[in-house]
Design a binder for this molecule. Structure first.
Ligand SMILES: *Cc1c(COP(=O)(O)O)cnc(C)c1O
Length: 384
C-alpha cells in the first residue's frame, strides 16, 4: 500500500512520473534504477544511526520495490494511493469485493472482460447470492432503471476491450453517488495516460499491468487506484486476506515497463490510427471498431473522455465465419494470440453471435508499413 507524498505531487506529467517519481536516489545509494527488494521479511525494529526503521515488516503488507510502482501508478491516475496485485483479475475481484456483500445487487456492463463477468455471474451469484443486472451501458437511463435498494456497485469498462463500447462515466458516477452506490471501472484499454476516471467521480480504477503498463509480454500484474480510505480498507481486507500480491521482481519489471509507457503508447496510437484507416478503406472489410476512428459510433464520448488512441481494435471482414477464421492464419507479422499491449502485433478471431465475425488485432511496435502490407496480403488471399 503506498500513498503519494508531497514530493510525489510535484511530478505533473506522465513522462516525468514514469521517469523519476519515487525512485529516490539518495535512499538507494544513488542507483538510477532502484534495486529489487527480493525478500519476504524485514526484521524490526532496528536502531540505525539513531533512526528507528519500522516502515516495513513483511512483503505481503508492503515492499519498497512494489511501493515505487504503486506511487507512480497512483500519480498517473490522480489518486491518493494505489495497490498492486499479482494480476489484473486479482485487482478487479478485490475492487468488486470491496463493494459487495451477500445478497447485494451489482449492475455491470455486458461487454466487460470475460473473467469479470464470470466472477460476478458465476462465482458471486451462485455461491454468495449476489444478484446482478447486465446493461449495454451506452444509456445512463438504462443504468438508472436497473438500480434497486440493494444495489451496491455499478461496474463499467470504458472503452471495453473487444467491441470498445464507452459509457458516460461522469454521469454514471453522479447517479451512483446520489444513491450511495460504489463505482468501479476497468481502465486498462485507455491507460491512465488517456483517461483518468477518478477525476470524473469514479471510486476505484482497476488496471491489468499485463498489457500496456508492463508492455513487454513478460509479466502478469494488476493495480487499483482510489482515495485513501478505500485503499486502506482493501489493503486490510481483500489484499491481506486473499494475498494476491505482486511479487517484487514482477513489480521491478513493471517499473521498467512504465518508464517507456508514454513513448510506447504514442507509437501504438500512431500506428493504430494508420492501420484503422487502412482497414476502414478496404473493400473486404465490413466494419472497424476503434475508438477515435472516423466510423467510431460514440464520437462524443471519445472526445469527452479519451485523450489518445492505441493499438487495439477489432474489425469484421466480409464473408463467412470460416473465411474470417482463415484470415488470421494468413497473417505473418501478426501472431495468433489473445493478449495485447506488448511490443508485438497479434490477431485473434473472437466472433460471437452477439457481435459477429470479429477479428481483434493489436498493432505492435513493428514498422507500420510492414503491418499494413501483411494485412493487405491476407485480405487479398482470404476468400480466394
Ligand atoms: C487482460 C485483461 C484483464 C485481465 O488481466 P490479467 O492480468 O490477465 O489478470 C482485465 N481487463 C482487461 C480489459 C484485459 O484486457
Amino acid at each position: 500500500m503506498a500513498f503519494l507524498t508531497d514530493k510525489d505531487r510535484t511530478y505533473r506529467t506522465p513522462e516525468d512520473i514514469c521517469a523519476h517519481l519515487g525512485d529516490d536516489y539518495a535512499r538507494f545509494e544513488g542507483a538510477i534504477v532502484p534495486p529489487i527488494f527480493q525478500n519476504s521479511l524485514f526484521v524490526l525494529p532496528t536502531e540505525t544511526n539513531g533512526v528507528t526503521q519500522t516502515d516495513y515488516a513483511y512483503t505481503r503488507t508492503s515492499n519498497p520495490t512494489v511501493e515505487i510502482a504503486e506511487r507512480k501508478i497512483a500519480a498517473l491516475e490522480g489518486g491518493d494511493g494505489a495497490l498492486c496485485f499479482g494480476s489484473g483479475v486479482a485487482a478487479i475481484s478485490s475492487a468488486i469485493l470491496h463493494f459487495v456483500r451477500a445478497n447485494s445487487h451489482v449492475i455491470l456492463v455486458d461487454s466487460s472482460y470475460g473473467c469479470t463477468l464470470a466472477f460476478i455471474k458465476g462465482y458471486l451469484h451462485e455461491r454468495f447470492a449476489v444478484d446482478f443486472t447486465l446493461v449495454e451501458g451506452s444509456s445512463v437511463d438504462e443504468i438508472a432503471a436497473a438500480i434497486r435498494p440493494e444495489t451496491s456497485l455499478i461496474y463499467v469498462e470504458s472503452p471495453s476491450s473487444l467491441v470498445f463500447r464507452m459509457q458516460d462515466i461522469a454521469a454514471i458516477a453522479e447517479l451512483a453517488k446520489a444513491h450511495g452506490i460504489g463505482t468501479v471501472i476497468d481502465n486498462t484499454y485507455a491507460t491512465p495516460l488517456h483517461q483518468q476516471p477518478l477525476r470524473h467521480g469514479i471510486d476505484i480504477v482497476c488496471h491489468t499491468a499485463t498489457k500496456y503498463m508492463g508492455g513487454h509480454s513478460d509479466i502478469l500484474g494488476g493495480a487499483l487506484i482510489a482515495r485513501r480510505e478505500i485503499i486502506e480498507s482493501i489493503q486490510n481486507n481483500e489484499r491481506s486476506l486473499l494475498g494476491a500480491n505482486i511479487d517484487p521482481h514482477q513489480a521491478w519489471l513493471l517499473l521498467r515497463g512504465l518508464r517507456t509507457l508514454p513513448l510506447r503508447l504514442k507509437q501504438h496510437g500512431e500506428s493504430g490510427r494508420r492501420v484503422a484507416e487502412f482497414l476502414e478503406s478496404h473493400p473486404k472489410v465490413e466494419k472497424v471498431l476503434y475508438p477515435g476512428s472516423a466510423t467510431y459510433p460514440q464520437p462524443e464520448l471519445f472526445d469527452r473522455y479519451l485523450t489518445g488512441t492505441n493499438g487495439l481494435m477489432s474489425f469484421i471482414p466480409r464473408g463467412t465465419t470460416e473465411q474470417a477464421k482463415r484470415l488470421v492464419g494468413l497473417l505473418h507479422c501478426f501472431q495468433n494470440g489473445c493478449s495485447w499491449g506488448g511490443f508485438e502485433s497479434l490477431a485473434i478471431y473472437v466472433g460471437t453471435p452477439a457481435y459477429g465475425n470479429l477479428v481483434r488485432i493489436h498493432v505492435g511496435l513493428e514498422n507500420v508499413d510492414t503491418l499494413i502490407a501483411d494485412l493487405a496480403q491476407a485480405l487479398e488471399r482470404y476468400d480466394a
